[in-house]
Design a protein around this ligand. Structure first.
Ligand code: 5AD
Ligand code: SF4
Length: 495
């Protein structure tokens, strides 16, 4: 009897566990054995040498493409981790046997890109009858999107949402068993499933979810509808994950949440974000801590103090402004005004010298007048952002702003957007230049894209620095003198 037969027979005697993550481990093993002829990893004891040296009987490739934010990027690492455990070889090319799009729906143009690229995938699928196409992420949480896919995109094999991502292995198994399109979308969840496999993009840095969902309901934003209510992970689960990451070579973590400043409010034993940071700071071997995103309404003095006293928290605060007009901020339901925002910026700059402050700004929110827009320009001049993401307001159906009157004409928005971008870039250049001549620690991330004799690293302020070096430096923190400011990055020398 061959090994696959042997494991298949044993596996057939098992029943499907109802608890997580055991249930998903069962489905991972099922696909390992029946699809790839690999020994099971979780359900049946296998000699560790056999497990380590086992090769799949068939080669099948998978590609995970990510749209949108860091949260999605982290989810993709989990999805890719599951595919890898099942036995797929992960590649970058979408001409793969399995293609998964992890979608974003924050702005309408992200949706249009997905539909466009699906057409291309259908072409690939016609040439490869093995190919499976799957869609997940925020866009799938919108009913009209799934309706459209069901009607006009029948070649899609599997559709799931943001709340049941952890069930990926089970859903894939359902698709293979049934041979039909599988759709599973949940409206919300309170569940957080820990301990699923992850395939990290970088060996030396990693995102870490500390919370999911959002409770803020900013009036333009679709996120609370597609990511559900705010849920914080337990501190012990977060700490354990980071300790394991550090043991595996990670030196920098990015704590992820829609609104990290409200971390811990719904825990059995409530804890503030600042307290969580202090616990994470104690982890030996961890060198840098970043986080994203902060909501100005919940940014506490306690957090500023913890940042100021920390040796590991990076001198960088991403603090979305959205609009500089107090009137528009009110319509946006942001729950702070211009004055409060600017006083936060001042406090941050005073407590943490050389801190980099970055932001998100929306232009053309319904009812935005020239005067409102000038207020935004005024805040940009005063706050002096190190960099800013600027967005044209995108109407998202189902949000309160979509129903507001006075939607701003496209030409007006576009002209304002260009003015804002020019100002943001001018200030960003000046802000970047203030570091010229300093010697700073830099985490070396990669060989430079354009010149292989240069390495690319990141300052704690998130600025990029290119300097002569070699690939052996990747993942290390080295001191680099910032010789020449090139606008949005530096050329430097290791010292
Ligand atoms: N239109 C334009 N930009 C938006 N954002 C969120 N919703 C919209 C929208 N409807 C921007 C906000 C947020 C960032 C992630 O995306 O600036 O901070
Ligand atoms: Fe959207 Fe506001 Fe929540 Fe950010 S804080 S995800 S902008 S609702």
């Amino acid at each position: 009897m061959n090994r696959q037969q042997y494991y298949s027979d044993l596996f057939r005697q098992l029943s499907v566990p109802s608890e997580e993550p055991l249930r998903q481990q069962y489905f991972i093993d099922k696909l390992r054995i029946f699809m790839f002829g690999l020994p099971p990893k979780y359900t049946i004891p296998v000699d560790s040498e056999e497990l380590a040296s086992a090769k799949p009987l068939v080669r099948r490739t998978a590609c995970v493409s990510t749209f949108g934010c860091q949260m999605n990027a982290r989810d993709s690492e989990k999805l890719s981790g599951i595919l890898q455990e099942i036995g797929y070889e992960i590649i970058e090319d979408e001409k793969a046997d399995f293609v998964l799009y992890n979608t974003c729906t924050v702005r309408e143009n992200a949706n249009m890109r997905v539909y466009g690229r699906l057409g291309v995938l259908n072409g690939y699928k016609k040439k490869n009858d093995q190919m499976l196409i799957a869609l997940c992420g925020c866009m799938m949480q919108e009913t009209q999107v799934v309706e459209k896919l069901k009607k006009s995109y029948r070649f899609v094999d599997l559709i799931f949402g943001t709340h049941n991502l952890y069930k990926f292995a089970e859903l894939l198994s359902d698709r293979i068993d049934s041979g039909e399109m599988v759709i599973d979308i949940w409206k919300d969840t309170t569940q957080i499933v820990e301990d699923l496999p992850v395939d990290r993009k970088y060996p030396f840095k990693s995102g870490v979810n500390i919370m999911f969902g959002c409770n803020n309901f900013c009036s333009y934003c679709i996120v609370p509808y597609v990511r559900g209510r705010e849920r914080s992970r337990r501190p012990m689960d977060i700490i354990r994950e980071i300790e394991n990451l550090v043991a595996d070579g990670v030196v920098e973590v990015m704590l992820l949440g829609q609104n990290v400043n409200s971390y811990g409010k719904n825990l059995e034993e409530p804890m503030t974000f600042a307290q969580l940071l202090q616990e994470i700071e104690k982890i030996e071997g961890l060198e840098r801590i970043r986080f994203m995103t902060s909501h100005p309404k919940d940014l506490s003095d306690e957090l500023i103090e913890v940042m100021a006293n920390s040796k590991k928290i990076c001198r960088h605060m991403h603090l979305p402004l959205q609009s500089g007009s107090s009137r528009i901020l009110k319509l946006m339901n942001r729950r702070y005004d211009q004055e409060r925002y600017l006083s936060l910026v001042e406090k941050l700059r005073k407590a943490i010298p050389d801190i980099a402050i970055t932001t998100d700004i929306i232009v053309g929110f319904p009812g935005e007048t020239e005067e409102d827009f000038e207020q935004t320009m005024e805040v940009v001049r005063k706050a002096r952002y190190d960099s800013a993401f600027t967005f044209i307001y995108s109407k998202r159906s189902g949000t309160p702003a979509a129903a507001m009157e006075n939607q701003v004409p496209e030409e007006v928005t576009k002209a304002r957007f260009d003015r804002l971008l020019a100002l943001v870039q001018e200030i960003s250049r000046e802000q970047t230049a203030r570091f010229t001549g300093q010697t700073v620690p830099v985490l070396v991330e990669d060989v430079n894209d354009h010149d292989a004799s240069l390495m690319t690293g990141r300052m704690d302020t998130n600025l990029l620095v290119h300097f002569p070096g070699d690939a052996s430096m990747i993942g290390k923190i080295v001191n680099v003198r910032l010789d020449e400011c090139k606008g949005f990055y530096f050329l430097g020398t290791q010292v």
